[in-house]
Design a protein around this ligand. Structure first.
Ligand code: ATP
Ligand code: MG
Length: 415
């Protein structure tokens, strides 16, 4: 492994912007160029328990401190906003504690935040009328939908527009049959779709109708450069996660595309949309070969770079991610992987990688990673920077007291 030359090159080009670790055999920092990092979508990979969430915290902290991008984190396991338990028996700080009011915590489940004794700034609810057929198609596996489900859903959209899901859920056997006859659909298929979508409607964060004001406000905060952790509370199942992440990200895309168009028209730098990085876990669920072509996350991974939005994908099964998406990733930070398919996937689109493949399988089971891509001068194996008291001092806004953070946040959310 060429650790020393990588460091020399990094120093020579003066891009030693943010330390993410040290080479295994030297006590000198390995740094990434944060501006280059956020320009492209990136991946954090590794088997379960190898340190992906810690690596993600390090990267997020760097981008927040360096103010190179606004961050939206879809926080499936409630681990990025507040204190989180480390397997070594201690608690580690969340981004809100490190960066105060720069980081806002949204939740789908206020009751869970309260029972954990942590503050969430605002709750998100989803109205049935915000759920589109694309969201349902993404949930094909989770809901065990068959191929006709999407067609049946479009029949309902043709007739009821945004109210399609509410209308379906309100139909009894008789009305369902009548509807099927009128539109030339299949009553059995519609009825199966209804049964499956009842699972969605039963989620505690779903309402018949819901104002979109909280989501819009969250997007406003992001567009002003604040960072948002969206906690899922008790709704950390993949169905809830994928549904909500998809609905919110679709709105974000709309906003960033509009902003970019405006900037192109006015050529005024003040109109340029802020760089935004969206962190998703279990990324293969959104980006596998069958969904990546149809979903908003696939679109972002493939082309939204030009609208200043990129992804940080965190996953333990990179081989399940569409190869076109994998080859678009700018940088990959990969902890231990054993499966040959996963190892091959990490190197999709990387030339001359055969010698690096064996490195991945020989890493320690924790806190070691191979860093590779356009944010570092060359591939290098690191011992990941410890996320500990020294790190908090070096990176966090030590001067922000809890009280100061709270009063700054109170101003953002007046009663
Ligand atoms: N940089 C680090 N600093 C301190 N501890 C670390 C670091 N990286 C990993 N660890 C230790 O390794 C444990 C596992 O790390 P982590 O939770 O990030 O794994 P993971 O890959 O996200 O696992 P999962 O797939 O289950 O989510 C942590 O609880 C912590 O004890
Ligand atoms: Mg994790």
């Amino acid at each position: 492994m060429a650790c020393a030359p990588a460091l020399k090159a990094a120093r020579a080009s003066k891009i030693c912007a943010y330390e993410i670790g040290r080479p295994l055999d030297m006590d000198v920092p390995v740094c990434i160029n944060l501006e280059r990092l956020v320009e492209r979508s990136n991946g954090v990979f590794g088997k379960s328990g190898t340190g992906k969430s810690f690596l993600t915290r390090l990267l997020l902290s760097g981008t927040i401190k360096g103010q190179v991008a606004a961050n939206l984190i879809f926080d499936m396991h409630n681990e990025y906003g507040h204190d989180s338990y480390s397997e070594d028996g201690t608690f580690v700080k969340g981004l809100r504690q490190l960066f105060g009011a720069e980081v806002l915590v949204y939740t789908l489940d206020m009751a869970s935040s309260r029972s954990r004794g942590v503050a969430a700034d605002e709750e998100i609810v989803i109205g049935l009328d915000q759920i589109e057929v694309e969201d349902i198609t993404l949930l094909k596996e989770e809901l065990n939908l068959n191929d006709t489900a999407t067609e049946s859903a479009y029949l309902l959209v043709d007739r009821f527009k945004d109210g399609w899901l509410k209308a379906l859920l309100g139909m009894d056997t008789e009305t369902l049959k009548e509807f099927a006859e009128t539109v030339g659909g299949h009553a059995g298929a519609l009825s199966a779709l209804k049964r499956k979508l009842e699972q969605v409607a039963r989620k505690g964060f779903v309402r018949e109708t819901a104002p979109t004001v909280a989501i819009e406000r969250m997007i406003d905060h992001l567009s002003h450069g604040r960072h948002v952790v969206l906690e899922f509370g008790r709704y950390g199942d993949s169905l809830s996660y994928m549904l909500v992440a998809n609905i919110i990200t679709r709105r974000i895309r709309r906003r960033w595309v509009e902003k970019t168009d405006e900037f192109t028209r006015t050529k005024n730098l003040a109109d340029k949309p802020r760089q935004l990085m969206i962190t998703i876990e279990e990324a293969h669920k959104f980006l596998n070969p069958s969904t990546a072509k149809q979903t908003i996350f696939g679109t972002i991974a493939r082309e939204l770079r030009k609208y200043s939005v990129t992804l940080l994908v965190v996953d333990q099964r990179p081989s399940s991610i569409d190869t076109e998406v994998m080859s678009q990733l700018g940088s990959r930070i990969t902890a231990l992987l054993n499966d040959d398919k996963d190892i091959d996937a990490v190197f999709t689109g990387v030339s001359g990688s055969s010698s690096l493949k064996s490195v991945l399988a020989s890493l320690d089971s924790r806190q070691q990673a191979l860093v590779l891509g356009h944010a570092v001068p060359m591939a290098v194996v690191i011992r990941t920077r410890p996320y500990d008291a020294d790190f908090y001092r070096a990176v966090g806004r030590a001067e922000v007291s809890r009280q100061q953070a709270q009063s700054a946040i109170d101003e953002l959310f007046p009663e």
